[in-house]
Write a protein that binds this ligand. Sequence first.
Ligand code: NCD
Ligand code: ZN
Length: 345
Amino acid sequence: MTNKLTIPLPNDMHIHFREGILLDFAVNATAKNFHHAIAMPNLKDPITSYSKAINYYDQIQKISRFKHFEPLVTLYLTMTLMEEDIRLSAQDNRIIGAKLYPAGVTTNSEKGVSDLQACYKILELMEKYQLPLLIHGEVANKEIDIFDREKLFIDELIKITSMFPALKVIFEHISTKDAVQFIEASSINVAATITPQHMILNRNDLLSGGLKPHHYCLPVLKREEHRIAVANAAVSGNAKFFLGTDSAPHPRSQKESSCGCAGIFSAIGALEIYLQYFEAENAIDNFENFAVHNSCAFYGLKPSDKKITFEKSDYIIPAAFTIENHELIPLMADQTISWKILNEL
Ligand code: NCD
Ligand code: ZN
């Protein structure tokens, strides 16, 4: 039996570092164990230009206490994104792409895109300059059942990927078997990130036996058949699927509320949770590709020279973290995982 696993430092291709008092904690929770991480641009004042993206990159870089950590940032795609911002971003290796949020679909997405066809001109420029498009793939129409919003968005993705075949498109945090099938059938320019929660939890874990606000995220957890499809895609070894935690911290008071925020904090614990699942599925050999090489190959990044070692022994995910007057409750809080990270002495 394998008791230790050593791989190059992994990449988290979808994470929320936030701003203000959460920034230091969020950045360093990830920086400790990751090589690259892609910081999402949905701040209260979204990252809508090249200069804002560089400013956010500088803040992250400055606050990180880990030399091995190389953050990457994204532009927040709006209808008014300028060609110059796309050109400059595409040439700058600190900026990895532009994130498209259908307006109103999730946290701080109000300034996103309300008319997808109307931003095809922008997508054309992104294709021309080779700036990848990261997508929150859910329809924003509030009349559509929340469990169907990802599946229905696939029609838009089919249009986008056929109109702009050379554009790299990343379907973020997929949660349905329909999304898995779409990715499998698409060209090599289309890939997906997979979160730990969409691999290990289904909608009963959110709604049955009492409402669990710390399991509420978007896209919302789906039926078991979808969880199985997403988890199978992650462990399959298919290079189109890679690690993106979507760790999205919200203070406990805003999660345990009459109108709770969507987002699960998993920056601490996610690697161990993923690995435990890969082992349970007899797929430990595919973990390194999922965590490192698939994303490096897709985005044209170099794997880290620095390694991380996991050991087969119990690790209890902390019950909570306190940051000034905020508390964060992580995914699988206070639960025991059968793998732990061996930290250097
Ligand atoms: C994210 C957040 O809180 O910023 N929330 C979430 O449920 N995943 C936004 C997002 O990625 O949808
Ligand atoms: Zn996210």
